[in-house]
Ligand binder design. Structure first.
Ligand SMILES: *Cc1c(COP(=O)(O)O)cnc(C)c1O
Length: 430
């Protein structure tokens, strides 16, 4: 036994020999030597442990090499959840990906090439956002929706009160709660109303000289039903204090597909002084926080020292502009996918796999519209395939429902069908 182990160890090719193999030359340039070496070391260990034929080390390294040096693995989202928080919410459009690649080099992000002088950072992306929401007097972009809230609370209400309904003190996920986030800025919360019912009179009684602003928060991930009452933005204007509306999802204009989802344009027209939203939910763009509203308020936020700590990267600005001005995003392609066309495509993929097609229900996900069900179709596979599919060289994440693994193709590009078929086949072999 000991001898066999020693023999096997001797047969495992040395690191420099593996690294010199012509099959790895491209990867060395693309990923860098340390990244490739880490994969080689891991594969050698498997060979020494007897999990792998020593003669197959280079092949196994080629198989195990990551697609990029970025660490994050590209995943096929077969969950049917369009904006899956654990999968990074919105998938960016090819236009946004190109824009990011170009912005990764030196860029004119803060330089006017005509005059050679400093220019406003991200001015073209900001102009694109302003053009998309003409009702906004001015716009600003920070790192995410939470950062936008923190900036507004700090700049407009630190040491003062934020008047907010008890029905809108929400947890946004992973244990983060809006009330804690707001109080971390030094603002005090003045809670009004009850969990299910808040009236205009409740706000009126609470607003006073100490008020920084009234906050309206869209309960984007739950609904309250039954004996309920809430107050719209329009009813809260004219109380002598700004109305800040956190609409969550980042819908810029109304969309008939999502009739219950608030949008920035309508909320501003209703009288909100400031609208806050995320960029990577229903807008389908990069993670960022959008602030739209009255020019004087936006200027106050932009000039606050904290704004510098929340400022967005050039990659984000580039992706945001491409999202705003470019072709339909993967998010909206998935949301608008015609179920009949999806069925035809799913049946084709299922036929290649000898699998069954079943009805499925897709949802918007962490990004909003908690009640909306999108009729969909899925490939049904044995539930025990879930793990090998996640661990394959092209990871596929499906959804286990009633003892079956469902693979909903709605959020996967048609271009990836062949990769999906190969991944399901190889998961079945293991
Ligand atoms: C998602 C959400 C947030 C947090 O936004 P992030 O971009 O995730 O930081 C805040 N408020 C509401 C209503 C949301 O839906």
């Amino acid at each position: 036994m000991a001898d066999a182990t020693v023999d096997r160890r001797r047969l495992v090719p040395r690191t420099d020999v593996v690294l010199d193999d012509p099959r790895l030359a491209g990867a060395l340039t693309r990923l860098g030597r340390p990244a490739v070496k880490a994969v080689v070391t891991a594969v050698q260990q498997r060979a020494r442990a007897g999990e792998l034929d020593p003669a197959g080390v280079v092949d196994a390294v080629v198989d195990a090499l990551p697609g990029t040096a970025g660490g994050l693995r590209a995943v096929l989202n077969a969950t049917g959840v369009v904006l899956h928080t654990n999968l990074g919410r919105a998938a960016l459009s090819p236009a946004a990906l190109d824009a990011i690649a170009a912005a990764g080099a030196h860029t004119d992000v803060e330089l006017d090439l005509a005059t050679g002088r400093r220019a406003r950072r991200g001015r073209t992306a900001l102009a694109a956002l302003a053009a998309a929401v003409p009702a906004a007097g001015a716009v600003h972009v920070v790192n995410n929706g939470a950062a936008a809230l923190v900036l507004a609370a700090t700049a407009l209400s630190a040491g003062r009160e934020i008047v907010v309904s008890r029905g809108e003190l929400v947890e946004i996920g992973d244990g983060f709660r809006l009330p804690d986030l707001l109080e971390s800025t030094g603002a005090r919360l003045r809670e009004v109303g009850t969990t299910n019912r808040t009236s205009r009179a409740d706000y009126l009684a609470a607003v006073g000289p100490d008020t920084g602003f009234i906050l309206k928060v869209h309960p984007s991930n739950f609904v309250v039903r039954g004996f309920t009452r809430s107050v719209g933005v329009a009813e809260l204007t004219g109380l002598g204090t700004p109305v800040v509306a956190d609409i969550g999802s980042g819908l810029l204009a109304p969309d008939p597909l999502l009739p219950d989802e608030p949008d920035a344009a309508t909320t501003l027209r209703a009288g909100a002084d400031l609208v806050i939203a995320s960029g990577d939910k229903l807008l389908g763009g990069p993670q960022c926080g959008l602030l739209l509203g009255a020019a004087d308020l936006i200027e106050q936020l932009r000039r606050h020292p904290l704004a510098r700590a929340l400022r967005v990267d050039k990659l984000t600005l580039a992706a945001l502009q491409a999202t705003l001005t470019g072709p339909e995003t993967p998010t909206w392609q998935a949301l608008r996918y015609d179920p009949a066309a999806l069925r035809v495509r799913t049946e084709k993929v299922a036929a290649a796999l000898g699998a069954e097609v079943v009805p499925s229900v897709a949802v918007v996900g962490g990004g909003g519209a908690p009640e909306l069900e999108l009729p969909s179709w899925a490939i049904s596979a044995p539930a025990d395939r879930a793990e090998p599919l996640r661990r394959g060289s092209t990871p596929v994440v499906g959804r286990v429902e009633r003892g079956r693994l469902l693979l909903d193709l709605r959020c996967i590009s048609v271009d990836d069908d062949a990769a999906l078929i190969a991944a399901v086949r190889s998961a079945g072999d293991r």
